[in-house]
Design a protein around this ligand. Structure first.
Ligand SMILES: Cc1cc2nc3c(=O)[nH]c(=O)nc-3n(C[C@H](O)[C@H](O)[C@H](O)COP(=O)(O)OP(=O)(O)OC[C@H]3O[C@@H](n4cnc5c(N)ncnc54)[C@H](O)[C@@H]3O)c2cc1C
Length: 424
């Protein structure tokens, strides 16, 4: 609808993905996944790979199309109508691929990135632990370097494709010095499925079913030293980099709320109450107006963030966090309104609105909760304003001891940030 904001190439990709969604993804697959009859949609990923639709922005050399991030976001908007599980299967190569493409060696790219983008193998990312997901730098899964390999022990949870993935991007603690900064303690490893890597529990979920979301346990897993991504103890950099596609894709997929809105719109023209189509009632008209306004605002912010990443803007972290928070919350509100407009039938599985609502709830939690996005947004803004005023001080380093962080802030830390911020 707003394709004038996109280049010809980006528009063409968007149309291509829309056709794929319409013609290649059967509603039966979506229903079977929602019933948990399927643990991971491998065939769907394979088809996407065969059409060269995975990881569109990666260099052609490694199997991408060398397109801008904005093109990928346009593709994800279309994929978003399929819901969280198929959306996640689409974007996982983009997220895990970001770590490999940016920090990996050529050998790692040949071995993992190329088959990933062909859809021949499935990857998963394992950050969250039973002890918590928001406090990334508190990770306790251990990887002890022992000659030519790491010995990995620990647990991750809520890992999509826990039992199905062929390899995992795993963030582990590798520095055990007592006084080490948390930002110099984590490393990223590629861990192949194999002995000692077990998916020990698959969760029953409100939405996003069919992706095999589980708890992953590592018991004395021997990981070759060459599977370290980037430098030892510098996993925080990789985490920050992967959060760009992770959060941008959550935001972009949330724009798929247009499908729920359009279903409600169509319904409102046909459903008659008190002798007239319900679209004639102002209450319905206002809900439609609010929903489309929210969607437009979300779309503008998501594409702004994507363009900012393409152009190497310095305030990317704030814009991506804003887009993630705003678009996922808009998704929830829009789908909720769509359900209200449709009355009782919207709550049944006759229409896909109830599934969209269950999925929408997740998008405000995963890939960083709305609260964590708020922390990042305000923090980055303080920093930007201070820089603009020529009074740069590294607030975050002052406050919590590092600038590559997403560590939990305590209330006390927050006040330190406030005290140091310029007052204008
Ligand atoms: C279906 C599903 C799929 C997922 N897929 C993956 C995956 O593939 N890989 C993966 O690694 N993870 C995955 N996750 C994990 C997800 O990213 C985490 O659940 C999320 O980051 C929150 O972590 P948590 O659940 O441990 O909550 P916690 O970190 O324990 O947070 C609990 C609550 O406290 C709030 N909170 C925490 N710290 C602060 C703070 N400093 N200030 C204000 N509020 C705060 C949070 O916002 C939240 O409301 C998935 C989760 C689900 C449910």
């Amino acid at each position: 609808m707003y394709d004038f904001m996109l280049t010809d190439v980006e528009q063409a990709v968007k149309r291509e993905v829309r056709e794929f969604v319409k013609n290649e993804v059967s509603p039966d697959l979506i229903k079977a996944m929602d019933k948990d009859e399927i643990k991971y949609p491998r065939d769907y990923v394979k088809k996407l790979g065969e059409r060269n639709l995975l990881g569109l922005r990666f260099p052609k050399k490694w199997g991408g199309r060398g397109l801008p991030w904005t093109a990928e976001v346009a593709a994800e908007e279309e994929i978003g109508v399929l819901g969280c599980a198929l959306g996640c299967a689409y974007v996982m190569p983009s997220i895990v691929g970001e770590a490999i493409n940016t920090f990996g060696t050529d050998e790692q790219k040949k071995k993992y990135l190329i088959p990933l983008l062909k859809g021949e193998v499935v990857s998963a990312e394992a950050l969250t632990e039973p002890r918590g997901g928001s406090d990334f730098f508190g990770a306790t899964t251990k990887a002890v370097l022992n000659g030519d390999h790491f010995l990995v022990n620990g647990q991750k949870r809520f890992v999509v494709a826990a039992s199905e993935a062929d390899f995992f991007l795993v963030f582990c603690r590798t520095n055990f010095e007592k006084n080490a900064s948390p930002h110099n303690c984590i490393s990223a490893l590629i861990i192949d499925k194999g002995p000692g890597v077990e998916a020990e529990y698959l969760y029953g979920l409100l939405g996003c079913r069919g992706g095999g979301t589980g708890r992953l346990v590592f018991r004395d897993v021997k990981v070759p030293k060459e599977n370290l991504l980037g430098e030892l103890n510098m996993g925080g950099l990789i985490f920050n980099q992967t959060m760009i596609p992770e959060r941008l894709t959550s935001a972009a997929a949330s724009l798929g709320a247009f499908a729920a809105l359009n279903t409600a719109l169509d319904y409102s023209t046909k459903r008659v109450a008190f002798g007239r189509p319900i679209r004639k009632f102002q209450a319905i008209q206002f809900m439609i107006a609010e929903a489309i306004t929210k969607l437009d605002a979300a779309r503008a912010l998501v594409y702004l963030a994507a363009r900012a990443v393409d152009m190497g803007e310095p305030n990317v972290r704030r814009l991506v966090s804003e887009a993630k928070k705003f678009a996922t919350e808009a998704n929830w509100e829009i789908v909720n309104k769509a359900m209200q407009i449709m009355g009782g039938i919207g709550y049944t599985d006759v229409y896909p609105i109830e599934k969209a609502l269950r999925d929408a709830r997740l998008s405000m939690i995963w890939t960083g909760t709305s609260e964590i996005m708020s922390l990042l947004i305000q923090h980055e803004y303080y920093r930007e304003v201070a820089e603009e005023m020529g009074e740069y001080r590294d607030f975050e380093r002052d406050a919590i001891g590092g600038d590559e962080t997403e560590k939990c802030f305590t209330d006390e830390d927050m006040w330190k940030v406030h005290e140091q911020a310029p007052v204008s």
